[in-house]
Design a protein around this ligand. Sequence first.
Ligand SMILES: Cc1ncc(COP(=O)(O)O)c(C=O)c1O
Length: 412
Amino acid sequence: MDAFKYKENKLHCEDVNLSKIASSFGTPAYVYSKKALTENALMYVNSFTNPDNMACFSVKSLSNLSVLKLLKEVGCGFDVVSGGEMHRALSIGADPKSIIFSGVGKSSDEIKQGILNKILSFNVESVSELYKIEAIAKKLQMNASVSIRFNPDIDSGGHDYITTGRKGDKFGISSIEDILNLSTYISKSPNLSMVGLACHIGSQIINLESYKETAQRTFELADQIFDIGIELEFLDLGGGLGVSYDSNIHPNPEDLISCLELEFKGRKERLILEPGRSISANAGVLLTKVEYIKDEFLIVDAAMNDLLRPSLYQAKHEIWNVEKGDGNKVIRNIVGPICESSDFLGKNIKISAEEDDILAVRTAGAYGFVMSSNYNTRPRACEILVEGNQTKLIRKRESLENILEMELNLND
Ligand SMILES: Cc1ncc(COP(=O)(O)O)c(C=O)c1O
């Protein structure tokens, strides 16, 4: 669904005029639609015909506590990639048995927290990690549930930085022999239980064939593991479903799930997915004000520290003026105030805008605020959640005091 539409030439989020949000809360500001987040998540949750299947929202894509709480309420579990994200999920009351912990570099302390909280599974990404988890579980006299994240060697397409399932990518374990040896090892360990197999082939995937191929490779491996005597509880095929950053139509979560459930027919394991972008991306925009117009440049008050995707991945976002005027649209490069040539939000954008106008960078809900930083000592933007005609501040704008208070020993 698109929760951001013009009504009488004014861009709204649900029933709230975005200009009004900009004047009440200032800019830059992230604005999310509760309806879009809910509907996107329900598209996963309600599409499963097997009630044991589960969508674990990828917290890294949008980790605000109010958003996580909302997604828990509609039935999502959580995929976390750090102790910090696990802490976020637990702090909104997520059931530990709905939390999957992925990531190649889990620290001892993060592993300990996961074991103590009895999370559903650690997606183990190396042989050394497995031994570390076992040693920590042994010390705690507990049992840790693990899945092996394997590398199916599938190129899902898309930008090199978001492709993760090929041989040579740093994620998962590639050698089938290593995986089978590890599975045997786990089956003999009193401190480990092997509950699943996991993979994640990349992000912004718009071709369902890649998922089918991944499912088939996962089944082959699960069958080999079954022959060792391990019955897996679930197969986790990761996240990655793409979204439209323009007006093209791509497969949606319903398409993905009906395709995968067909592949899963006759299998005992439940299906877990780890969607991020397809739930959060189109539910958010970044509001920014035009400060100056110079030549072909619109210089705005949001920058790469607020939205890194254009600089990092050459990602393209639509950028709209929140007031649809009758001025001529011209081609502009929309850039921020940061002292880097790579600081831009959009290039060659056809737009009509004057100084002081408010622009909305669309489809910015995923990998937007979460990647923001204080580069150039710029305080991070605020986050606002809209429900119908109501707005709620869900993260305060940072102040300069917030930034400086972390720095110590000024007198040394
Ligand atoms: C392990 C893992 N799971 C899930 C995701 C979510 O991917 P997406 O936001 O593309 O759905 C990611 C993102 O890269 C990931 O690394």
